[in-house]
Design a protein around this ligand. Structure first.
Ligand code: NIG
Ligand code: FE
Length: 418
């Protein structure tokens, strides 16, 4: 049978074939590797994955990629990013080195609020050009699906401006870009002393308008002691649900205030950060099927020591995903490869667990697992070719881009060949 493309002779083909549900416990350590593997692709979809000799017997194609001595794996799914901003905040990175904390900086006018000022001043086109560059860098590091949040506008008008930038990225870039409304990222300066009024605007103006314009699939919130309390978060998330948004949360990043428990209560698809989550939080999430998305790049960049308890979560059968949290403040990291290195070194995840968390479980965290996240028949041909002897090399060779070729829907969208 004639196909559009064959990728053949992969030294290790990490198919990630397995359960259709989020991977838990020992499933996370199973990559379903085919040695000397190949993939046949037709109309952007995977139609066969097998040993190279079997594929080459059944299929032929004028276009073939020889992946001899290389690793072939699913494209990364980065399920938590903030790539729309007007100005970077490297000054805060230096302030943190000199001893200021993230919360100190935020309370003295820096942090998310400073990003809000610049996003409000920027034009749509300025924001789009910066975001386009950001996402291209993310793609060059092997990511083929991202979630992208608003959250630096915090007025109806500027949140819509951000979401329209995300929409344009989704139209113009070859990867899947999943939009999230994060109007509850902070309280803007003008409502610092009148938080109740901002929450009213969020519920009565922003959520209905954004739902009407169909600009976001998810609603997210920053639930933390210095921003949205658990009660305020419950109120906002329940309202968002009524307008048809699926939910995700920034939960228990710094203090265990019950964010994970709330994610379970409101049926969030994913709760993210979880650096300080309690045992009760882990159990509540497991029971209600919330994915734990861990963001070790943020802990690293904030110079903190308290990484999320990935080992306990995996032991308790909570599905774990990894994401970059790419943003101009707490984590200016666009590489899932570096996140995998941190997950292995700082959270003691095995290399295989970290890869599962960065592909198929990330896809589940975005409800995209039927389409991407593993190399299985019927899924989009979202594929990476890495110039390395074994998948184990991935976190070991850090601070460098190991991805040689990025394919999305069966098309080469990026090459980093030296
Ligand atoms: O996920 N935690 C809240 N939001 C972002 C930080 C955004 C910023 O500092 O600009 C995060 O870390
Ligand atoms: Fe974030």
């Amino acid at each position: 049978m004639k196909v559009d493309l064959i990728i053949k002779n992969a030294k290790e083909l990490l198919s990630l074939k397995g359960s259709a549900k989020p991977r838990v416990g020992s499933e996370m350590d199973e990559l379903s590797i085919i040695e000397n593997g190949a993939i046949a692709i037709l109309n952007g979809k995977i139609i066969a994955v097998d040993f190279a000799e079997n594929i080459l017997q059944k299929y032929n194609s004028a276009k073939q990629i020889d992946a001899s001595n290389k690793v072939v794996m699913p494209g990364f799914v980065d399920s938590h990013t903030h790539p729309i901003f007007a100005k970077t905040r490297e000054n805060e990175f230096e302030m943190r080195i000199k001893g200021k904390s993230y919360v100190d900086i935020s309370q003295s006018g820096g942090g998310i609020r400073s990003s809000i000022k610049f996003v409000r001043e920027a034009t749509f086109d300025q924001l789009y050009e910066i975001a386009l560059k950001n996402v291209k860098k993310i793609i060059s590091n092997g990511t083929t699906t991202i979630e992208a949040k608003s959250g630096y506008g915090l007025s109806t008008e500027s949140e819509i401006k951000m979401l329209k930038v995300i929409q344009k990225l989704s139209t113009n870039l070859p990867i899947d870009v999943i939009p999230t409304f994060l109007g509850a990222h902070e309280f803007p300066t003008e409502f610092k002393e009148n938080r109740i009024e901002y929450i009213r605007i969020l519920k009565e103006e922003m959520l209905p308008k954004i739902a009407e314009l169909n600009l976001a699939k998810y609603c997210d919130i920053f639930t933390e002691a210095h921003v949205y309390t658990v009660e305020q978060s419950r109120d906002i998330l329940q309202t968002a649900k009524k307008f048809g948004f699926k939910l995700r949360m920034h939960a228990d990043e710094i203090e265990p205030i019950g964010g994970a428990e709330l994610a379970a209560e409101v049926g969030a698809i994913s709760a993210d950060h979880l650096g300080a989550t309690s045992n009760d939080g882990i159990e509540a999430m497991r029971k209600s099927g919330v994915i734990a998305t861990l963001l070790p790049g943020t802990i690293f960049s904030l110079g903190m020591q308290s990484y999320a308890r990935a080992r306990d979560m995996i032991a308790k059968n909570l599905p774990v995903a990894l994401a970059t949290d790419f943003n101009p403040g707490s984590c200016n990291c666009d590489s899932m490869q570096f996140v995998i290195t941190l997950a292995c070194l700082q959270m003691k995840m095995t290399v295989a667990e970290a890869i599962t968390a960065s592909t198929i479980n990330g896809a589940h965290a975005l409800q995209m697992a039927e389409k991407t996240g593993s190399l299985e028949i019927g899924k989009q041909a979202d594929i990476l070719i890495l110039d390395m002897p074994s998948y184990r090399y991935l976190p070991y060779h850090f601070g460098s881009n190991n991805v040689e070729t990025v394919l999305k829907n069966g098309q080469i969208i990026w090459e980093n060949k030296i």
